[in-house]
Design a protein around this ligand. Structure first.
Ligand code: ATP
Ligand code: MG
Length: 445
């Protein structure tokens, strides 16, 4: 992409109504614009990142054996009356009446709709296990939408639902989701810690929230520092292997990690002091086992191996895809702007032409642009007639992890400069070497 033709409305001024760094940077970098309180348009740069995250979520869900689908944003109120949640959900639910007087709502979540789809098509345990998910816009009329996309009213969420014959099978689905979520966040370059969360009136301890540590997080969290050393890394995971998934869950749930809702001071104090950590965190996902909470009232039953009709055991699992864009920025930025992890960056490399109009500089940039594009190393070429300082500031603000700087002085010796956004380190090399280096870096992402 050529910057001269790209819609990237960066702001020079810091927006005064944005109180946290990710919100400020997303506005300044031309990623989003507010349409109404807690509702945003995603401009091209922001949309690209959102799509990157969506792709990673899809890939990891499909790898775990879950089926992608798409349910609508608008739902009929009738199903929610069946589960009893139409009245319980309260003012967060956006209620709409259509021209025929039918009560509708903009979905805040989809347990009812998916249970309805399930009960109309599945009758036997032989059709289980089944996990269906979609990535779709949700609406919750939050009392205090704030922090940009972190707490919006309209937000983009992956929500998945497992259907299993009994609790043991449903707990495997729970463990499988935990593993696939760990992998998803790791691939995004994030450390998200599963923390025991409050399961509310349903009881049991079968819910975990995934939190990214950040000073601006809304939750207070308590954890054993040693949990930060855990990583899935390259290990091969067989998502059908109950024991392996259970062992990985065990590994991540053994060190103490809880939100303030479930915090137990006595347990926490038993951890050696040097490992005891208190900080703030951003909830980027949650997994939940809730048994027959929806299948009983909504009559979603299947025959088991003995021929008895039994309610299915279910769980639901969510990832805040649009919130993650903000969370990644909270976790990865500096005074000059965003620093994208390679896995989610909107463009893989920026090309800065220090002397637009200079025939040698222009043709070197064009050649780089062509070759990077051909190799799938999506460049953003700043081909505008602007001074170098302004070009560098824009690149730093939008946070591409790598930059190639091309100028007449270097070209005299046949070299360009490859700069890391994260470390600021620059090295001179011939263009072919810069391309080879980027190829190597991105082949590992
Ligand atoms: P919160 O406690 O932050 O209000 P929640 O627990 O009500 O969130 P879930 O129903 O668990 O949310 O939704 C799954 C994920 O969707 C959350 O982990 C979060 O990442 C994201 N999410 C929830 N509400 C919002 C929102 N208002 N704006 C952006 N993302 C959200
Ligand atoms: Mg939650």
């Amino acid at each position: 992409m050529r910057l001269s033709r790209y819609f990237l409305p960066v702001l020079k001024e810091t927006p005064s109504d944005a109180h946290i760094v990710s919100h400020r940077l997303m506005l300044r970098a031309g990623m989003i614009r507010q349409a109404a309180a807690g509702i945003y348009s995603w401009l091209p740069l922001g949309f690209k990142v959102l799509r990157r995250l969506e792709d990673i979520v899809h890939q990891e869900q499909i790898r775990a054996g879950h089926d992608p689908m798409l349910m609508p944003t608008l739902q009929s109120a009738d199903l929610w009356r069946e589960s009893g949640r139409y009245d319980d959900y309260g003012e967060e639910m956006l209620r709409i009446t259509d021209r025929h007087g039918h009560d509708m709502l903009y979905g805040p979540t989809n347990e009812e709709l998916i249970t309805d789809i399930f009960r109309n098509s599945v009758q036997s345990y032989k059709q289980l296990p089944l996990t269906l998910y979609h990535i779709q816009w949700k609406f919750r009329d939050e009392r205090r939408p704030r922090f940009g996309v972190m707490r919006g009213r309209e937000f983009f969420m992956k929500d998945g639902y497992n259907f299993d014959i009994d609790k043991a099978a449903a707990m495997h689905a729970y463990n499988r989701h935990m593993v696939s979520y760990l992998r998803t966040y790791e691939r995004m370059g994030l450390k998200a810690i599963p923390m025991r969360a409050d399961s509310g009136p349903i009881g049991g301890d079968d819910t975990h929230e995934f939190l990214v540590l950040a000073d601006t997080g809304e939750s207070e969290v308590f954890y054993d520092k040693r949990i930060l050393d855990l990583s899935l890394g390259e290990r091969a995971v067989d998502y059908d292997d109950w024991d392996q998934c259970a062992a990985i869950k065990q590994e991540w749930t053994t060190p103490y990690a809880r939100t303030d809702e479930t915090h137990d001071a006595a347990l926490f104090d038993a951890i050696p002091e040097e490992y005891r950590m208190t900080s703030r965190g951003i909830e980027v996902g949650q997994i939940f086992y809730f048994g027959t909470k929806y299948s009983e009232p909504m009559n979603a039953r299947v025959t088991n191996a003995d021929g008895d009709l039994v309610p299915v055991h279910m769980g639901s699992h969510g990832i805040g895809v649009s919130r993650l864009v903000g969370a990644i920025i909270e976790a990865s930025h500096d005074d000059n702007g965003i620093i994208w992890p390679e896995a989610v960056t909107p463009f893989k490399v920026g090309i800065v032409n220090l002397k637009q109009g200079d025939s040698e500089a222009d043709s070197a940039c064009e050649a780089l642009y062509k070759e990077l594009t051909a190799k799938g190393l999506e460049p953003l070429y700043d081909d505008r007639e602007e001074r170098a300082g302004g070009k560098f500031a824009t690149m730093d603000l939008i946070g591409l992890p790598w930059r190639i700087t091309v100028g007449p002085r270097g070209l005299k010796n046949g070299v360009v400069e490859l700069t890391s956004r994260r470390t600021g380190e620059s090295r001179e090399m011939v263009p072919a070497e810069a391309i080879a280096e980027l190829e190597a870096i991105y082949s590992e992402v």
